[in-house]
Design a protein around this ligand. Structure first.
Ligand SMILES: Nc1ncnc2c1ncn2[C@@H]1O[C@H](COP(=O)(O)OP(=O)(O)OP(=O)(O)O)[C@@H](O)[C@H]1O
Length: 621
C-alpha cells in the first residue's frame, strides 16, 4: 500500500495491488518526513482490469491520483488496483509525502486511539468498524465482550476492537442523542445502552409507551458465558396504577401547568380561579369539591344566601355545605369574577385526569425508591399519559437532586440524599418538539439539557426525526449516535449538529441496521460502530409473519388433533361437538370458530366437504 496523487496536510489517497481497503479502518502511513502517521479510510474504490477506463472516466478518483499511480509503477490497464481516501487522525503542518508506504498497524500502536476505556469501566456498545485486522493482538479483557448478530447466521463472534463508551465523561460532555429511521437499529441500540447502564448500576428512568422494555428474556442463541441476569437491576411500573401524581403535593402553579399540559390551552380566568381557590396540601377531593361548591353557589347566589340566613331549617350535612358555599361567595367571589362556567371547565379537566388514573396516592414513591437502589425504572403507559406524567416526574426528580447537591455545595443543612440519574425516552421529538410547538415536558427537558450536568442529571433522547426535536436541546447532546437516516431534512440537521464529514453523511441512507456513526465530544472524533447483540430481547421482538407461522400454526394443529376423532362432522349440528372439542382444547370453542376451522381445513385439502340432504358433512380425505 502506497500514498499516491496530490496530498494535503490532512488527506491523501492510497493504492494497493493486493489488499482491499475497509471503510473506517485505521492505517499507518510511514511518512519519511513526519514519521508514522495514523489515518482513517474514509472512502474506498477499486479498478477492474477488464474495464480499465470505466472508473477513470467516472471522475470518482482525481486524475492526479491516476497519473501518480502510473508513475509509481501501477499498471492501470492490466491490474486490479484498490484505492482509498485517507484522513489523518493527527495534525501535521506539511503535506503527507507521496510514495510513503502504508501498512496495517499492530494493536498496541492504536490502542490509545481506539480503547479509551476498558469494558470494566465503560459501556460496551459494540465493535469499532474496520478494526478486524488490528484486533488480532488484543488483550484478554477486550475479547468476546461484544458479540454480534445477523439475521442469517444468528450470534456471530466479535470481529474487531470493542467500542467502550466512557460514560463518566458525561460529567463534562453530557447527554446522548440516538437518531435513526424506522428499522435502522435504534431500539436495539437503546436496549444495549440500557443493559450497559444496568450493568454499571446507573440509576435511570425510561418511558416505555410501546411496552417493549423488559429484560428477563435472554436473546435467542446466546452462549452461556455472555448471558446476564438483569432481574434485580430493573423495575417496571405502570403509570396510573403503581405510580402517578400525588395531588396533595401540587402547588397552584403545578396544577395550572398540569391542566395546561394535559388539555391544551387554559384561559386566564381559569388560571386565576385555580390560584385563588387552591390551598396548600389540598387533596384532589377537597380541591374538586371546593370548586364544585363555588360553581353551585355562583349559579344560585340569592338562594344560597337565603338558605344560609335560615340555616336552622337545614339538616346537618346540608347545613355545612350551605355555610361553606356562603363563605366561598363572601371570600372569593370578587377575586375570581362571577363565572360558574369557568369553574365547571376546570372541574371537567380535573375529572378527566382523575378518571385516567393520573392521581395516585403514593405518587412517585416507588420510582424514588428504585433510583435509590440504583435500578433502571421502566415506566409504562399511553403516550398521552406519559407526557403528562413525565413533566411532573422529571421536574420533581430534578428538583430533589438539585436540592441535595445545592445543600452540599452551599453548606446548607443536608437534604435527603438523592442519586444522580439518567432520563431516557424514545420518540423524544414528541416530548420536546421544535419551534413554537409546545409539549408538557419541553421546558423541563430544556432546563436539564442546559443545566443538568451540574447536578448529575443526564438525558438520553432517541428519535426518528431529529429535525423535529427542539434545536436548543439537540445542540446540547454532546454525544450523538446516528443510525440509518434517509430524510434529507434529518440528514441536514445531523450534519449541522455533528462533525460527520460529507462522505459519512452520504453513507447515512445506506447504513445496514445496527451500524451507526457515533459523534462525540468524549471520543473527539466520529467513530463508526456496529452495535453488539443485546443480551435480552423484547417480548414482541419476533417477526410478525414468523409469529403467524409459529404460534397460530400451533393453534391450528391443536384444533385439528381435537376434532379428528370426531369425524365425520355434520355442519348443521356443530353445537353437539363443541363440549368435547372444548374439553380437549382446554378452552371454550365457539360455534363460529369451529365452523371457520372446518372450512379452512377443507380449503387446505385436509378434509373433504360432502353435500348431504342436511347440509355439508366434513370427513377425512
Ligand atoms: N445491532 C444490531 N445487530 C444486528 N441486527 C440488528 C441490530 N440492530 C437492529 N438489527 C436488526 O434490525 C431490526 C430493526 O431494528 P430496530 O427494531 O432496533 O429498529 P428501529 O430503528 O428501532 O425501528 P423502529 O423505530 O421502527 O422501532 C432488528 O429487528 C434486527 O433484526
Amino acid at each position: 500500500m502506497q500514498i499516491v496523487g496530490t496530498t494535503t496536510q490532512m488527506e491523501a489517497w492510497a493504492a494497493s495491488r493486493n489488499r482491499k481497503f475497509h471503510i473506517n479502518e485505521i492505517l499507518i502511513i510511514e511518512d519519511t518526513d513526519h514519521g508514522d502517521l495514523q489515518a482513517e479510510v474514509v472512502q474506498t474504490s477499486s479498478f477492474n482490469r477488464y474495464i480499465p477506463l470505466a472508473n477513470e472516466q467516472s471522475g470518482l478518483v482525481d486524475p492526479d491520483v491516476l497519473n501518480s499511480m502510473r508513475s509509481l509503477g501501477f499498471d492501470l490497464k492490466n491490474e486490479t488496483i484498490y484505492v482509498a481516501k485517507l484522513r489523518l487522525l493527527e495534525e501535521i503542518n506539511k503535506p503527507i509525502t507521496v510514495g510513503s508506504h502504508v501498512r496495517v498497524p499492530i494493536f498496541s500502536e492504536v490502542e490509545k486511539l481506539l480503547v479509551k476505556k476498558r469494558p470494566a469501566e465503560g459501556l460496551t456498545l459494540g465493535v469499532i468498524m474496520g478494526t478486524g485486522d488490528v484486533a488480532k493482538g488484543m488483550p484478554e479483557d477486550l475479547l468476546d465482550v461484544a458479540l454480534l448478530y445477523n439475521k442469517e447466521e444468528g450470534i456471530i463472534p466479535q470481529n474487531g476492537v470493542p467500542f467502550v463508551f466512557d460514560y463518566r465523561s458525561m460529567d463534562n460532555y453530557p447527554h446522548i442523542g440516538i437518531f435513526g429511521g424506522s428499522g435502522s437499529g435504534k431500539s436495539f441500540g437503546l436496549r444495549v445502552l440500557l443493559e450497559e447502564l444496568m450493568g454499571k448500576k446507573v440509576p435511570a428512568v425510561v418511558f416505555d409507551p410501546h411496552y417493549e422494555l423488559q429484560f428477563n428474556d435472554p436473546f435467542p442463541g446466546l452462549p452461556d458465558f455472555y448471558k446476564e441476569d438483569y432481574k434485580r437491576r430493573f423495575v417496571i411500573l405502570a403509570a396510573g396504577t403503581d405510580v402517578g401524581i400525588e395531588f396533595s403535593e401540587l402547588t397552584s402553579d403545578d396544577i395550572v401547568s398540569l391542566l395546561r399540559s394535559s388539555s391544551g390551552s387554559l384561559t386566564d380566568a381559569m388560571e386565576n380561579a385555580i390560584k385563588t381557590l387552591h390551598k396548600k396540601g389540598d387533596s384532589y377531593h377537597s380541591f374538586a369539591s371546593r370548586i364544585a361548591n363555588m360553581a353551585e353557589a355562583l349559579d344560585d347566589e340569592e338562594s344560597v344566601k337565603k338558605q344560609a340566613r335560615e340555616e336552622e331549617l337545614l339538616d346537618g350535612a346540608e347545613r355545612e355545605r350551605v355555610k361553606e358555599m356562603a363563605k366561598l361567595l363572601r371570600t372569593y367571589k370578587d377575586k375570581i369574577g362571577g363565572s360558574a362556567h369557568t369553574l365547571r371547565a376546570i372541574t371537567r379537566r380535573l375529572h378527566r385526569l382523575d378518571m385516567e388514573g393520573v392521581f395516585v396516592p403514593l405518587g412517585t414513591h416507588a420510582i424514588e425508591e428504585a433510583l435509590m437502589r440504583r435500578q433502571l425504572v421502566v415506566i409504562r403507559g399511553s403516550i398521552w399519559f406519559l407526557q403528562v406524567f413525565a413533566s411532573y416526574l422529571v421536574r420533581k426528580l430534578y428538583q430533589k437532586r438539585r436540592a441535595y447537591r445545592d445543600s452540599i455545595q452551599k453548606g446548607k443543612p443536608i437534604e435527603e440524599k438523592f442519586p444522580p440519574f439518567v432520563i431516557i425516552t424514545d420518540e423524544a421529538h414528541n416530548f420536546a418538539p421544535t419551534g413554537a410547538l409546545e409539549s408538557p415536558t419541553k421546558a423541563i427537558l430544556k432546563e436539564i439539557a442546559q443545566e443538568g450536568r451540574k447536578y448529575g442529571v443526564f438525558l438520553v433522547l432517541a428519535t426518528q426525526r431529529p429535525a423535529l426535536l427542539d434545536d436548543t436541546i439537540t445542540a446540547q447532546l454532546s454525544t450523538k449516535i446516528v443510525f440509518r437516516t434517509v430524510r434529507a431534512t434529518d440528514i441536514q440537521v445531523i450534519r449541522e449538529e455533528t462533525d460527520l464529514t460529507s462522505e459519512e453523511a452520504s453513507r447515512l441512507p445506506y447504513l445496514p441496521s445496527g451500524t451507526a456513526f457515533l459523534s462525540s465530544a468524549i471520543t473527539g472524533r466520529t467513530v463508526a460502530i456496529r452495535i453488539r447483540v443485546s443480551k435480552t430481547t423484547s417480548p414482541h421482538a419476533s417477526n410478525p409473519f414468523e409469529e403467524l407461522d409459529e404460534s397460530f400454526a400451533e393453534l391450528d394443529a391443536k384444533l385439528w388433533e381435537a376434532l379428528t376423532d370426531l369425524l365425520p362432522i355434520d355442519a348443521f349440528n356443530l353445537t353437539a361437538y363443541l363440549p368435547e372439542i372444548s374439553r380437549k382444547m382446554r378452552r371454550t370453542i365457539s360455534h363460529d370458530e369451529l365452523a371457520h376451522a372446518l372450512q379452512s381445513f377443507a380449503e387446505d385439502g385436509r378434509l373433504l366437504a360432502e353435500r348431504t340432504p342436511f347440509g355439508l358433512r366434513y370427513r377425512r380425505r
